[in-house]
Write a protein that binds this ligand. Structure first.
Ligand SMILES: Cc1cc2nc3c(=O)[nH]c(=O)nc-3n(C[C@H](O)[C@H](O)[C@H](O)COP(=O)(O)OP(=O)(O)OC[C@H]3O[C@@H](n4cnc5c(N)ncnc54)[C@H](O)[C@@H]3O)c2cc1C
Length: 452
């Protein structure tokens, strides 16, 4: 069977849904192909359920802190079943009926199954051919990939997907990978009662961020009783009576009830006729023009599949830009100030360039590093080991990057994202009054030093 549409989207995740919203009522017919759940990773296995678990874990940890700040005796009995039930509820019970209905209400046609780009302008889904008169949009995101470690297949490791769907708390958990997904899930499970070992191959946690940020977070994770091993790689895994034994380079072994692998995520583009369609890959991701998101003649790509970032707001922005361009508008994507956040406690939030990236691109820099905890808000809160790191271009008197480690740093980063994007003068930022005591006030002090 062959059906024809103006636009065919492979993937109905965050980016695909945004394309559909942009095209609703625009007079273009749209087919969205989805092999799992409409809505993609974010609502079912990504941001929503992980943050739901982290919120439960945070409440439990704060309750325990009453023993330090306000109580003589505590009785807290953690109940993972309640956490699992709440996580499931917030993840829509892994049911996409409402999301699918909303898509069809918006005028799109939903095609269930795995879509492949069979030829330029042609997508095949289980034998059905979808012809795209105007464009194909590749927005199929990424999926967790297990690194080629001997024995992984025998130990039934979790990825983030199984972790957020868990109904029982493992007594102990080894988390492989100290990037955002790894640190978030490691902290959630630790605070909810598991003994956790976090293993990262790079020299520090959050290897794509400022090294000071990973170090500050590590202090907190270790203070909560987590074992953190960095600079070491897994070489083998084997089932043992009590779970999984992971062997690390250098001879160390870690045994736990469960292994959670949170290392690579990659686009799954097997069977796509990319070369024939003129689409290039870069490190396994679809290469696009970062402004127009065009991958080849008649082909756009947006969201995680492009490797330009991995966040829901960015995927949505890409979908909006692609949709607007398909409607004939000359809208361009903007990557100058994409916030990045690890929603641990404390949160690690950043925007723009790290010091290292800025040194490669710019000449002279002004770098200011202070401890967010060394502030009135830090003392009042009882907070330790934070960070505010600002990277400024002294020639232009503007901020080019910022990293904050403190409670709710994700809220603070929005003003810094605006500052980076709008190239607001450092002097103006430093003179803008902030309430006291807040971490924003501590930030103002750092901005004043960067402006001086
Ligand atoms: C554990 C975790 C936590 C996260 N937390 C956050 C967070 O707190 N904040 C944040 O902003 N971002 C977070 N993210 C990232 C966020 O989920 C992604 O950036 C976002 O979902 C990307 O949207 P997308 O549309 O590019 O891809 P996706 O949301 O992955 O959607 C792609 C869709 O395409 C479908 N698909 C794939 N291949 C095919 C095919 N061949 N045919 C048909 N359908 C296909 C998939 O099933 C999927 O539904 C998190 C991610 C993970 C894994």
């Amino acid at each position: 069977m062959e059906l024809a549409f103006d636009v065919v989207c492979i993937g109905a995740g965050v980016c695909g849904e945004a394309v559909a919203s942009e095209l609703a009522g625009a007079g273009l017919s749209l087919a969205l192909v989805e092999e799992r759940l409409v809505g993609g990773e974010c609502p079912y296995w990504g941001g929503v359920p992980t943050k739901a678990m982290l919120r439960c874990a945070e409440v439990a940890a704060e309750a325990v802190r009453a023993g330090e700040l306000a109580a003589r005796r505590l009785l807290i009995e953690l109940d993972f079943a309640r956490v699992a039930a709440r996580t499931s509820r917030l993840a829509r019970g892994w049911d996409d009926a409402a999301a699918a209905h909303a898509l069809e209400e918006a005028g799109a046609t939903l095609v269930r199954g795995r879509g492949v780009l069979a030829a330029p302008g042609l997508v095949e889904v289980d034998g059905t051919r979808l012809r795209a008169r105007r464009a194909v949009v590749i927005c199929c995101g990424t999926a967790p990939e297990l690194p080629p470690v001997r024995g992984f297949a025998d130990v039934d490791p979790w990825t983030s997907r199984e972790a957020v769907m868990a109904n029982e708390l493992p007594r102990s958990l080894t988390v492989l990978g100290g990037s955002v997904v790894g640190v978030e899930l490691a902290q959630a499970f630790r605070r909810l009662g598991a003994r956790v070992t976090l293993v990262e191959g790079g020299s520090g946690l959050l290897p794509h961020e400022e090294p000071e940020a990973g170090a500050a977070l590590r202090w907190h994770l270790e203070a909560e009783g987590m074992t953190v091993l960095t600079g070491t790689q897994a070489v083998a895994a084997e089932p043992v009576r009590r779970g999984v034994r992971l062997s690390l380079r250098g001879g160390r072994q870690v045994t736990s009830a469960r292994l959670l692998v949170a290392t690579e995520r990659r686009p799954q583009l097997g069977g796509f006729a990319l070369a024939e369609a003129g689409v290039d890959l870069q490190g396994g991701f679809v290469r696009v023009d970062s402004r127009t998101l065009r991958a080849a003649e008649g082909i756009y790509a947006g969201g995680d599949v492009t490797g330009l970032g991995a966040s829901a707001p960015l995927a949505r922005h890409h979908g909006q830009v692609i949709g607007a361009r398909l409607r004939g508008e000359d809208r361009l994507a903007d990557h100058r100030a994409v916030p990045r956040v690890a929603f641990t406690d404390p949160e690690v939030a950043s925007v723009g360039l790290t010091e290292r990236a800025a040194r490669e691109r710019l000449g002279a820099l002004r770098v200011v590093t202070v401890d967010a905890a060394a502030s009135v808000r830090g003392s009042v809160h009882g907070f330790r080991s934070g960070l505010i790191k600002l990277v400024a271009d002294p020639g232009r008197g503007v901020l080019v990057g910022a990293t904050v480690v403190c409670p709710r740093a994700s809220e603070l980063i929005s003003s810094l994202a605006l500052a980076v994007r709008a190239e607001l003068p450092l002097a103006l930022l430093a003179e803008t009054l902030q309430p006291l005591p807040t971490f924003a006030r501590a930030l103002q002090g750092a901005l004043a030093r960067a402006a001086a």
